[in-house]
Design a protein. Structure first.
Length: 110
């Protein structure tokens, strides 16, 4: 089970983000992003995230960027997220694309 809590442009995910609920969560995030140019997604309260959750977050962030919107993933340093990220094989992509504080810094990191 996953909890999806929104307060304006701030989303908190808690519980388990897995292949069983990733489509539902992706749809909710996309709908919220329609209303804002910048969206914070808090991941530090996740109990479990699998590879499908990792890829969904990556795809959402890349899609937002192509629409000139910004996704800020908060809680990337949690043990649960880091373990899932390393298992996914896209650890370097996340570090390169989401561990900078702003778009300007992202561009300089490339």
């Amino acid at each position: 089970m996953i909890n999806f809590i929104t307060t304006k442009n701030d989303i908190t995910l808690s519980g388990k983000l897995t292949s069983e609920n990733v489509s539902e969560i992706q749809h909710k995030i996309e709908n919220t992003l329609c209303d804002y140019n910048q969206l914070n997604i808090r991941l530090s309260t996740l109990d479990l995230i699998d590879i499908s959750g990792i890829y969904m977050l990556y795809l959402i962030a890349k899609s937002a960027e192509s629409k000139n919107k910004e996704i800020c993933l908060i809680g990337l340093n949690s043990v649960i997220f880091q373990s899932a990220l390393k298992a996914s094989g896209i650890h370097e992509l996340f570090v390169k694309n989401f561990c900078c504080k702003s778009r300007k810094q992202k561009d300089q990191a490339v």
